[in-house]
Write a protein that binds this ligand. Structure first.
Ligand SMILES: [Zn+2]
Length: 389
């Protein structure tokens, strides 16, 4: 089972300088490759698409290697992956673009040039160059660096990516983990209704309401305040850049809190239930109104689905995503009558049959019964969506 483990690197100045340099090499190689690709792509089209002239990541990597020693000797100061891996990523980026793949619900665009200070600073290191001993990590041409914690899983490390978030450095290991030892308590079905103030309402089990963490709401309000303040500052001034760093740190904190909270929720769901049903989140996204709230909720919801997806595989839970037309909040979970007069402001669901329930709880019950009720369902579990009859 593939799995990622990410932790903070306690880097000193010398180590941080190395990381920045490796990110710079990586960015340079990417931009060099992209520029060469664009030029050679045109030549290939002009040639009537002769096979031998078609640009590829491998071909461009060889071209860079042939001039590296003479033109870019500084590339040798960091791991070889910093100048080589970008070509593999570039290949993938073009292929994703031509295959019209989507990310977070949107089609991926053409690969773009990376700009210092604008794009994420990161570099990749292949598994053959990764050495970890407890809390220490060995970096090629640098030596040992200390991590905030040791890797939690046992397994083979395929690769690692070192990246900068605000002013801190993080390492993320991509690992192959044996999960046959993971315990599972798969019992029963559960429908999950997602919301903004109450993160999730569960149809069964001992826990019914999963609240959005208080520190998250606090940080979101703080972020909005900072952003209002940033607009008034002059671009390039000391105050501006200082506030930018603060905002960067806060973004990271928000992401951490949300990710922790989502991890707890998705672990709970997949460990406790044999079947979990959620609504189609692309529909849910349209319901939020405030721009900032929507952006933040969107990211959280895609992440929620992503985590549920892979954890369902770990714990062999059947994950079902209800059809996007399924009106989970408008149906009566007792008699099945549709209540078309229900508005977003109604927090209680009441029905002619006498049923009276919390709106979100009613929706979660409908989701729980969804698989039994509907004919066409989408089962997710192998990384993609497949129609199940
Ligand atoms: Zn009813």
């Amino acid at each position: 089972m593939k799995c990622a483990f990410k932790t903070l690197i306690l880097a000193n100045n010398k180590q941080a300088t190395y990381f920045s340099k490796a990110c710079g090499v990586s960015r340079f190689a990417w931009n060099w490759g992209l520029a060469a690709w664009q030029k050679q792509y045109e030549l290939w089209v002009d040639s009537g698409k002769q096979k031998a002239l078609k640009p590829s990541g491998m071909m461009l990597k060889k071209q860079l290697n042939s001039v590296k020693k003479a033109d870019f000797p500084w590339m040798y100061e960091v791991t070889k992956y910093a100048s080589q891996q970008p070509f593999i990523f570039l290949n993938r980026a073009w292929s994703d673009f031509f295959k019209k793949k989507t990310m977070n619900g949107k089609p991926v665009g053409k690969p773009r040039f990376k700009r210092k200070g604008k794009s994420i600073d990161s570099f990749y290191v292949g598994g053959d160059q990764v050495v970890v001993r407890g809390r220490y990590l060995k970096i090629p041409n640098l030596g040992w660096v200390k991590m905030a914690e040791a890797i939690k899983y046992a397994g083979h490390i395929n690769s690692m990516t070192i990246s900068r978030v605000a002013d801190k450095w993080y390492v993320s290991f991509s690992m192959e983990v044996d999960v046959s030892f993971l315990p599972t308590k798969n019992q029963g079905r559960c429908g999950v209704d997602l919301g903004i103030s109450t993160l999730a309402t569960l149809s069964s089990g001992p826990v019914r309401y999963w609240d959005t963490p208080k520190p998250l709401q606090h940080s979101l309000r703080k972020l909005a305040r900072y952003q209002r303040r940033l607009v008034k500052k002059t671009k390039g001034s000391t105050g501006y850049s200082r506030l930018k760093v603060k905002i960067g740190r806060l973004h990271k904190r928000i992401a951490d809190i949300r990710s922790n909270c989502l991890h707890q929720l998705t672990r709970y769901l997949t460990k406790h239930f044999g079947e979990v049903t959620i609504e189609d989140l692309s529909v849910k996204n349209m319901m939020a109104n405030k721009r900032l709230a929507r952006h933040i909720a969107d990211v959280g919801m895609y992440e929620f689905k992503r985590q549920l997806d892979y954890k369902s595989q770990w714990y062999s839970t059947l994950l079902t995503i209800a059809d996007r037309w399924f009106a989970s909040s408008k149906l009566c979970s007792d008699c099945g009558t549709k209540n078309d007069t229900l508005t977003l402001a109604d927090r209680t669901f009441s029905c002619k049959c006498g049923a009276k329930k919390c709106r979100d709880y009613n929706a979660s019950l409908n989701l729980e019964n969804y698989t039994a009720r509907s004919a066409g369902i989408y089962a997710v579990g192998d990384g993609g969506s497949a129609l199940v009859a």
